[in-house]
Design a protein around this ligand. Structure first.
Ligand code: PEP
Ligand code: MN
Length: 339
């Protein structure tokens, strides 16, 4: 349920509503915009009589039930776009943000070179995995904390904030010490303890959609993070598993446009994992931005043929530079700019 307050509602009016909610063991989340103030109601059991009761409170315009199972993530609760701040950078603020870098941090030379290249081409964040979830235990699984240190070194030199994956609840504190944004990988989208720990980390969290997760399950996972008091959640559509085997995954562009409608959270697309093929990355990146995504995360490697992971879907520096100029043109065509 949401409680829509009148324009002239006073602070006492709002407090009275929140107090009554508390009497029922419910929490009131305030969302104040220029046009109106909304109090979102969350709790396990909302009494059926509450809505009628609140309708008579002073300052209340109306109490409206919410049909969706996710609340804090929904646009009904929070009509205004959430803008996630990462230092000076704004994600979801109307400009498209490009995060780029290798799938995995492999060496000092590799990450420093890539960081310089993507910055030069106009990326505004550096990506790179230090803890890698791999389908096979015999493949390269990342440098661990050494990888985080190298990412921090690349940030120091280039000024690019860094995003990197955290795989377990016990690693959240460590990864949050280095990363500007925590990435929750597709395989961990429903690791609820990890989501809650990330929600308490004090860092923005980018939540990738699970390989076989429905739109609603994805949003409910975002709800876990926000419910811990962390409003800085970024959604990432990275392709889902379908009957199609010609590509690694099926990029669900529908989900991008739908997420912009149903939620207030920024949405990033990942055409690298979404397609699995480097030559499909540019067209799908452009499609995602045209569909309303707030940015893209792109795998770039100085020498994709020698990459320790995901080389087949990584762009060369040259192809990435071309894509950046195309992205700027598409963003402009749909009334936005690249950050
Ligand atoms: C990655 O970003 O390199 C990654 C492992 O992504 P996903 O969790 O989407 O597979
Ligand atoms: Mn990867």
């Amino acid at each position: 349920m949401i409680v829509v307050m009148r324009k002239n509602a006073t602070e006492e009016n709002i407090d009275a509503v929140i107090k009554r909610l508390a009497e029922y063991g419910l929490k009131g989340h305030l969302s104040a915009g220029e046009e109106r103030i909304i109090i979102g109601v969350v709790g396990a059991a909302i009494p059926p009589t509450l809505r009628g009761e609140l309708d008579y409170f002073e300052g209340v315009q109306q109490a409206v039930p919410i049909s969706r199972p996710y609340k804090l993530a929904s646009r009904e609760f929070h009509p205004y776009d959430t803008v996630v701040k990462v230092g000076e950078l704004e994600i979801g603020g109307g400009r498209c943000v490009v995060m780029a870098g290798p799938c995995a941090v492999e060496s000092e030379e590799q990450i420093m070179t890539t960081a310089r290249i993507v910055r030069e081409a106009g990326a505004s964040m550096l990506r790179g995995g230090a803890f890698k979830p791999r389908s096979s235990p015999y493949t390269f699984r990342g440098l661990g904390e050494q990888g985080l240190k190298l990412l921090a070194q690349a940030r120091d030199e280039t000024g690019l904030p860094i995003i990197t994956e955290v795989m377990t609840p016990t690693d959240v504190e460590l990864v949050a010490r280095y990363a500007d944004v925590l990435q929750i990988g597709a395989r961990n989208m429903q690791n609820y303890q990890l989501l809650e720990e990330a929600g308490r980390s004090g860092r923005p969290v980018m939540l990738k959609r699970g390989l076989s997760a429905t739109f609603e399950e994805w949003l409910l996972s975002a709800e876990y993070i926000i419910a811990q008091g962390n409003p800085d959640v970024i959604l990432c559509e990275r392709g889902i598993r379908t009957f199609e085997t010609a590509t690694r995954n099926t990029m669900d562009i529908n989900a991008v446009a739908l997420a912009k409608r149903r939620t207030h959270l920024p949405v990033i697309i990942d055409p690298s994992h979404g397609t699995g093929k480097w030559y499909l990355v540019p067209p799908l990146a452009l499609a995602g931005i045209a569909a309303g995504a707030d940015g893209a995360i792109i795998e770039v490697h100085p020498d994709p043929d020698r990459a320790k992971s995901d080389g087949s879907q990584s762009l060369t520096p040259e192809n990435f530079a071309v894509l950046m100029s195309q992205l700027a043109a598409v963003a402009q065509a749909v009334g936005r700019l690249v950050a």
